[in-house]
Design a protein around this ligand. Structure first.
Ligand code: GTR
Length: 425
């Protein structure tokens, strides 16, 4: 009896660890059929851009909304905004700086977040990149005037963050990820928000923007309702609402940008809101650009296990069950069409499955074709540091999971060609 019990425990342990083991061997990637973006769930073939827009796009959008990211329970518009700080000579006179607080109210609750904006001095109405940061607006620059968030933050010894509180000790700690001067020199603005002000990145959905939408005694979203990624995506849309009111910003040229989990949020923001002119996903991986059905690196089960609050509860039905997904992430990316889309990977970031990110960008091709736009021309991955720039763009650079100057140089060149000069592309 005792042996039987021991055997059963061992068996259970092994089968659990096998099912959660991460695969990094291309030979072990399961064979699967890539779901056709141009075939409706009922089997109708889509033949035109108009059919895509009216028949297919909405059913795919709803699929991702109900099964992956979760629905926003109700629309909520900004109650007010205030430009709390402004200066016209930031970055040695190159840039204008604005800090704008947006406030939301519902059910006797209030939420505010602060957008830090740098705009090129010589532009009347600037295109801009909008992207969240991980540790507060003040970490992206040495600029002393940048306000320090009071929202909850993850402790980080190297950044001097203790007691979940941000202080001046972390000022400028993430300048390496934000090529602000290059962005300004290329004629773009940059807007950033500390994501923890919209929804703290912890396993607790009773706080952040979620809390404004609950009924009496409710503490969790329903199973088809939003997790944190959808909350962050929602915040990007609200920032865009503000940009539409700001005469210094060209709201028709706002590029949603994000790295990693915030790359997942940027893609979902671009899918939700077709006012975003373009989307850039930097190393977004599982639940972002990477194909889930490849089960390479991070899997659906792994991400739901480690971050159970990022997606809606319905997503859990696909743990170790990617076969059951009726749509994969290339179809999420296709929701960005016909707008410019850039997917970037890093060679050492195998957890994010660079090949799965590449193929996902590649498989958007038929949808971009319908609009006469050019996607990724070949199914063969480009070499490291050899970007492919079309309306759909891709690069894999050498190095780790990160955002580097190299990445920004590519984004700026591509955005100048494909977001600013749209006539010929
Ligand atoms: C990892 C997570 C990834 C990615 C990354 C990040 O731990 O597994 O999906 O989002 O965090 O955001 O840096």
């Amino acid at each position: 009896m005792r042996y039987l019990a021991q055997f059963l425990t061992l068996f259970l342990y092994l089968s659990m660890s096998i099912s959660h083991a991460q695969n990094y061997d291309e030979g072990q990637v399961p064979h699967f059929e890539v779901p056709d973006p141009l075939l409706t769930f009922k089997g109708k073939k889509i033949n035109s851009a108009n059919e895509w827009k009216t028949l297919r796009r909405s059913e795919l959008y709803q699929y991702f909304e109900n099964n992956v990211y979760g629905k926003v329970p109700e629309p909520l518009t900004m109650d007010s905004y205030a430009v709390v700080e402004r200066h016209d000579n930031a970055f040695n006179g190159k840039a204008k700086r604005r800090q704008v607080v947006l406030t939301f109210k519902k059910n006797d609750k209030v939420l505010s977040f602060t957008i830090l904006i740098y705009l090129p001095k010589n532009s009347d109405k600037a295109p801009l990149f909008l992207g969240y940061n991980f540790y507060g607006n003040h970490t992206i620059t040495q600029d002393d005037a940048v306000l320090i968030s009071t929202a909850w933050a993850r402790n980080n010894k190297a950044f001097g963050i203790e007691n979940n509180t941000l202080t001046a000790a972390s000022r400028g700690k993430r300048t390496n990820r934000w090529a602000i001067e290059k962005i300004i020199d290329a004629g773009f603005g940059l807007a950033t928000i500390y994501y923890g002000e919209v929804d703290p990145d912890k396993n607790d959905l009773s706080d952040g923007i979620h809390s404004l939408m609950y009924g009496k005694d409710q503490e969790r979203p329903k199973k088809e309702e939003w997790g944190s990624i959808a909350a962050w995506a929602w915040g990007m849309g609200r920032a865009l609402d503000y940009f539409e009111k700001d005469p210094e910003i060209d709201a028709s040229k706002v590029i949603a940008f994000g790295h990693s989990r915030l790359g997942k949020a940027a893609i979902w923001a671009g899918a939700n809101d077709q006012r975003f002119a373009a989307v850039i996903s930097n190393n977004s991986g599982c639940g972002g650009a990477a194909l889930s059905k490849r089960k390479y690196g991070e899997t659906v089960a792994a991400i739901n296990h480690n971050f159970p609050y990022w997606f809606c509860d319905n997503f859990e039905q696909y743990n170790d069950n990617e076969e059951a997904l009726e749509a994969d992430q290339h179809q999420l990316l296709a929701l960005i069409a016909p707008r410019p889309l850039y997917i970037a990977s890093a060679a050492e970031d195998q957890w994010a499955d660079p090949k799965g990110e590449f193929l996902s960008a590649y498989y958007t091709g038929p949808v971009y074709d319908l609009f006469g736009k050019t996607g990724i021309p070949s199914q063969v991955m480009p070499q490291n540091n050899r970007p492919v720039h079309n309306t759909v763009a891709y690069h894999i650079r050498t190095g780790k999971h990160d955002v580097t100057d190299y990445d920004w140089e590519q984004y700026l060149k591509w955005a100048s060609d494909f977001v600013m000069n749209t006539s010929s592309k």
